[in-house]
Design a protein around this ligand. Structure first.
Ligand code: NDP
Length: 276
């Protein structure tokens, strides 16, 4: 059985924790610092921020203040949509690094496959990677077509594709997941709790009763048991602990399939499927 600190080897041999804390809508300042600090003390080892979340300063501060060694913590941030382009991407990375105020970033992701300019942006991502200020580079919200385009031109392939996933959008994302698997790209599952919107689903409820676990814990277990990295967000200490208490049970194949039965392509965030 894996635990909260279990790591996966990326395609560049760097190891990344499978489980982490998302901080979208964690407010810059006390709220975000306390959430990250609490999570690190609970055993979380991956923190997922983005320049768009406007809380990189707080994430960096909490990481710096923590007694946990820097090399044990994995910090992800992302390049925002208005920062695409070669020079723009280099500049955006510098800004994020400065705000985080840490020696290096573990993973820098292109937040969204903005049409037209993506290949230029990726060239800058490769330069950032080659210069060593960032240990790994990857993408987010890339569907199969975006990945194929990138893989056909890149020198450094992405290590991770961070996409929205739940049992209720799994089928719709199957082609993208397969492209990732075929190319040794780790799938990272954002909005894994469906922001609470599917907690009332009857199968979620049934499994919740069977295992004595909360709906949130059932959905997170589904993600891990499908082989994804999961990054639930919470700013609440009780829920940060609750979300991490999922390493003492597993869902079997039939249970995963039962959850996926009512898959109707349900998403709470972006649908990049239509993006050219
Ligand atoms: P989640 O599915 O993680 O849900 C977060 C919401 O659920 C918050 O409102 C949180 O509130 C609440 N919550 C957390 N735990 C529980 C619980 N145990 N019981 C009940 N409610 C709970 O949604 P996110 O969209 O935030 O996704 C997670 C992370 O993924 C983000 O924070 C971000 O880091 C990343 N992400 C990336 C995107 C991308 O485009 N790359 C897009 C969206 C997200 P509270 O804080 O009060 O607990």
């Amino acid at each position: 059985m894996s635990d909260i600190k279990s790591r996966v080897k990326l395609n560049n041999e760097i190891e990344m924790p499978l489980f982490g804390l998302g901080v979208y809508l964690s407010e810059e300042g006390e709220q975000c610092i306390e959430a990250v600090d609490y999570a690190l003390n609970e055993g979380y080892r991956l923190i997922d921020t983005a320049s768009f979340y406007a809380n990189e300063k707080s994430v960096g501060k909490a990481v710096r203040q923590s007694s946990i060694l820097r090399e044990e913590v994995f910090v992800t941030t992302k390049l925002w949509n208005s920062d695409h382009g070669y020079d723009e991407a280099l500049f955006a990375f510098e800004k994020s690094l400065k705000k985080l105020d840490i020696d290096y970033i573990d993973l820098y992701l292109v937040h969204y496959p903005v049409p037209g300019i993506r290949p230029k942006t990726w060239k800058a991502m490769e330069r950032i990677y080659d210069e060593g200020m960032c240990k790994s580079i990857g993408v987010s919200n890339y569907m199969s077509n975006h990945l194929q385009e990138l893989l056909s031109v890149c020198n450094v392939p992405p290590v991770v594709n961070q996409i929205e996933l739940s049992p209720f959008s799994y089928r719709a994302r199957k082609a993208t997941i397969n492209t990732c698997l075929e190319n040794n790209i780790v799938v990272q599952n954002y909005s894994p709790l469906t922001r609470g919107r599917k907690f009332d689903d009857p199968v979620v409820q049934e499994l919740s009763i069977k295992y004595g676990k909360t709906p949130a814990q059932i959905l997170l277990r589904w993600g891990l048991d499908r082989g994804f990295s999961v990054i639930p967000k919470s700013s609440n200490p009780g829920r940060i602990s609750e979300n991490a208490s999922i390493f003492d049970f597993r869902l079997d194949t039939e249970e995963k399939k039962a959850l996926e039965k009512s898959d109707e392509g349900f998403l709470v965030c972006w649908d990049p499927g239509e993006t050219e």
